[in-house]
Design a protein around this ligand. Sequence first.
Ligand SMILES: [Fe+2]
Length: 454
Amino acid sequence: MANPFTLGVASGEPLPDGVVLWTRLAVDPLGTDPRRPGGMAPKAVEVSWQLAEDERFTQGLRRGIAQALPVWAHSVHARVAGLKPGTDYFYRFKAGSQQSPVGRTRTADDPASTRPVRFAVANCQRYEHGFYTAYRHLAAERPDVVFHVGDYIYESRQSARVVRALGPLPGETSRLHEYRQRYARYRTDPDLQAAHAAAPWVPTWDDHEVLDNYRGRGDGSAAFLRRRGAAYQAYYENQPIRVRPEDGNLQMYRRRTYGTVADFMVLDARQYRDATTMLGAAQEQWLLSRLVTSPVRWRVLVQPLFFARRLVPGPAPNLRPDSWDGHPAQRARILGVNAPGLAVFSGDVHNAWAGELKADFLDPGSATVGVEFVGSSITSQPPETDGPAVLAANPHLKFFDDRRGYLSCTAGPEELRVAFRAVDFVDRQGAPVRTVGEFVTKGSGLTSENASSK
Ligand SMILES: [Fe+2]
């Protein structure tokens, strides 16, 4: 067999005692044959994995066997349990005589831990828009955990302006083999592979993993539900997540807790959405009750869409219906809980923002009930945005930056610190990274530190 580890390795869903180890075999990652995703023959392949506390695989070695099945595009999701909390581990796979690269992962902290958690947030990585240099820098930081808040792939046909080409299937994806091939295209990128190999990931999705701006069951047609089911299956096959799709649905919202410091509530803003709700009743109930009962310092919402009100001066619509401004009643119910230590992380808009969440966004004097940090994008091009005009029209928004990048964050018992990391260009490789804004909160307002906002 030729090298089947062309898509790299990954880990995810860290718990205090376990992680999921992922790979997907693909001897020909860009292959277009619907019956042979990744160029793999339609038969099961036995894959062995190893995990240890050191990179030489001598300390506390564990091993296991997994079957890479054609029905799941030869993906492997090995659920490892019985590990130590807050501990670095290294892992690798073997198929036949071929050995994968080594990945580093880390379990979540012990429930009693007060240790600060270092995490990164990324989003929006349209392949043809540029190089994933930001991921190369993110990988070098080796955070405890990486959250991805959506637009991991773009289903759209290749854009007119192309930094690098999608390759043999540049059209809009709608069938299973097309989504699979699109993920493979993205995952061949060495910088993205480095970011996955550097830390465990906890991803959630936005719309482009399926279809631009889709909501829930779409138009309700059998054709749309088939397409959504194919997209959800390919998502599972290509992410280090714990839960499989069932009957065309995939349980995505979940909680990942780090000690007494951070409760990460990862939301699904697409699957249950309709004209009246962003989250659906069951997810909202789950979220509100956890916001009330969570015993930890920071209640962190990890989700794709701009959460604060954002009035954009100029021609209508001045409030974007696809964001939380399309669901102000549900947003008000979440903020109405008055959960202490509320921090929201978002993406989607391809520019970076930071702001305060207000009890009443129309009254700047009303209580500040949380903070929000919006990542720009790894590569996706931003829309024309008059940042200063939007800041002036929304006094609760404090920061705008239009460069590509990611968020580098530390949540501790005292404070939450968020650095906006940015690269100056993505149309070629080698961009350095720098902090273009840094914010600290102790639980109410937002304080800017050494920010160099443009
Ligand atoms: Fe996006």
